[in-house]
Design a protein around this ligand. Structure first.
Ligand SMILES: *Cc1c(COP(=O)(O)O)cnc(C)c1O
Length: 572
């Protein structure tokens, strides 16, 4: 794997202060596999955002939580059940503590926040600072020291505390360090309290609590950019005002908060929507869905992308190097990947596949056949992603495999409180056992940054089965496409924009189909098109691989995404 993004130790924030104007706030960010400050897609996206910002030399600083206990290390027990473990990492190894500290008030207690500096360096040596907020500070009460310990851990109270540290604390830490920020980019609603911090800085002399006149929201809107990521109702953080009053005290009048965050409950999405001058969804389809959920706001679309050098297998990186040495910086040039020879493409794929099969063998003892096609599915294990859809009809799968054998690799974590997701993992293990002898398949435990880098390039078909319109964008299919792995997906999120049937991959069902049609549609595609094509017409398959790289891989990049944010959102 081409790992062009390194880290370098800087012991001071000073070199970054003068040139930085944009701050990107995210509850999670995947900086490198050893740093467990992410859970899944949102964090990987934030990491790719930071990597492209460094490539493009954007004047940015990134702010996140230290999450010393990580998110979740997944173990699978003998019965196919997920066992949850903390996933600690050691900030001392990768980052340096900065001397300046800031404090927030939570439930009347003063909670100190120690910022750690991690420096992300791009291949041209441009460096971007990442600030990790840590409440594990001597002097804080024990319960407060653990606020930033576990990502997405704990109850609603704990979550709101984390969001106070991120939004309010993060802004104060930047000030304490001497940053002068003109644009704040909120990656999802978790950091929305930042807007309230800014609002307090625009208090008017006249006006009374609960009146729209007490604060001037316009300068806050000028400063804030908000990217929303989920069309799932449960994905939008909401808190009782009784709780926010208890934790925030007199930080802001509840009447004022209600003006911007909704009358019933403190809705972080609504707060960010009302106080951001630029709002976007993460794919065209998602922006449309969000506009329907929140009528009256202008929601733009900036489709997500992936950091090309991070997600390109070394074998393909070598081929791309032959097309143009600047492919990492200007991945649009990969449009010319259709000129590569069939032999080169297949050899690179075979290398990536061989490495994945080695990983599978090392971790599970299972030997898969490199000459048979592999269907890959790795997702957060949760209801709307339908991880079990592929297993809807085991007999039909067996019949299919008699004629044209294939194999399956799955992976994915369920959030510790997602009972449905955990049950799905158990069921998948049962299905794999029932298919044994007909269809070889494995479930790889602990899907993370490192495992994703093997999976997305090592399988042949990348499967995606969300219930539309609940997949905001999805990015793993973009990583696959970049490595010539063909997408088979429901028409939702980013795939609506990238899909050309039989050219860049395949759709499951027609746009607007009822979700209960999808299992049948999925089987039809496998039976009639995909498995026969792999078995009988390899040149056509390889042609599709090239179309996938040149049409999809060249477009769905975080380089393109960040050029758009820079010109359209940051330079407003
Ligand atoms: C890319 C990635 C994701 C996001 O994938 P989706 O397509 O949004 O499901 C999640 N987890 C890891 C580890 C990834 O690398």
């Amino acid at each position: 794997m081409a790992n062009s993004i390194g880290e370098s130790h800087a012991t001071t924030i000073d070199p970054f202060i003068a040139d930085t104007r944009i701050a990107y706030f995210s509850m999670e960010i995947a900086l490198r596999p050893e740093i467990h400050t992410y859970s899944g897609g949102l964090g990987i996206l934030a990491g790719d955002t930071a990597r492209s910002s460094a490539d493009l030399e954007l004047p940015m600083v990134f702010v996140t939580l230290a999450s010393r206990e990580g998110y979740l290390r997944q173990e699978i027990d003998g019965k196919g059940r997920q066992v949850d473990h903390p996933d600690p990492w050691n900030p001392e190894k990768h980052a340096v503590p900065l001397p300046a500290m800031a404090a927030v008030q939570i439930e009347g207690r003063r909670v100190w926040i120690r910022p750690w500096l991690y420096v992300l360096t791009c291949p041209t040596e441009h460096r971007i600072p990442v600030i990790l907020l840590d409440t594990d500070v001597a002097g804080n009460e024990a319960r407060d020291r653990s606020i930033t310990a576990r990502l997405y851990g704990g109850d609603q109270v704990h979550r709101l505390m984390q969001e106070i540290v991120l939004g309010i604390g993060g802004e104060r830490v930047l000030q304490a360090l001497g940053f002068r920020i003109s644009t704040f980019h909120l990656n999802e609603g978790h950091a929305a309290l930042l807007t309230v911090s800014l609002l307090r800085q625009h208090r008017r002399a006249s006006g009374y609590p609960g009146s729209a006149k007490l604060y001037d929201p316009d300068p806050v809107r000028d400063q804030c950019v908000f990217t929303t990521h989920t069309p799932v109702e449960a994905g939008h953080d909401q808190f009782e005002y009784a709780l926010s009053e208890r934790l925030l005290g007199d930080f802001i009048e509840t009447e004022t908060l209600k003006l911007f965050a909704g009358t019933e409950r403190l809705n972080m999405t609504r707060l960010a929507l009302n106080l951001s001058g630029y709002v976007n969804g993460v794919a065209r389809r998602h922006a449309e869905t969000t506009s329907r959920m929140f009528p009256g706001y202008r929601i733009r679309a900036v489709t997500n992308g992936v950091h090309v050098p991070t997600w390109t297998h070394l074998a393909f990186a070598e081929l791309f190097q032959g097309i143009a040495p600047n492919w990492g910086h200007e991945p649009e040039i990969l449009a010319r990947a259709d000129q590569l020879s069939d032999a080169e493409i297949w050899a690179a794929h075979t290398r990536a596949k061989g490495e994945l099969l080695q990983v599978v063998n090392d971790r599970t003892g299972v030997s898969l056949d490199r000459d048979l096609p592999i269907i890959g599915f790795a997702r957060r294990m949760t209801g709307y992603k339908r991880p079990e859809l592929l297993f809807s009809d085991l007999d039909r799968l067996r019949t299919m495999a008699e004629d044209k054998p294939f194999q399956i690799i799955l992976a994915g974590k369920a959030h510790p409180q997602d009972g449905g997701g955990k049950t799905a993992i158990e069921q998948i293990h049962r299905h794999l056992a029932q298919l044994a002898g007909s269809v070889a398949g494995v479930f790889l435990p602990n899907y993370d940054f490192a495992l994703a880098r093997h999976l997305i390039c090592g399988v042949d078909v990348w499967l995606n089965t969300p219930v539309p319109p609940l997949e905001a964008s999805g990015t793993s299919g973009m990583k696959a496409a970049l490595n010539g792995v063909l997408n088979l997906s429901v028409l939702d999120g980013w795939w609506v924009e990238a899909w050309i049937e039989g050219v860049t991959g395949w759709a499951i069902g027609a746009d607007g189909d009822q979700p209960d049609r999808h299992a049948d549609a999925l089987y039809e595609q496998l039976e009639n098109k995909i498995l026969p094509l792999y078995a009988r017409n390899r040149p056509q398959w390889i042609w599709m691989m090239k179309e996938s790289i040149s049409k999809v891989g060249s477009q769905f990049t975080s380089q393109r995404m960040m050029r758009r944010y820079a010109s359209e959102a940051y330079l407003r």
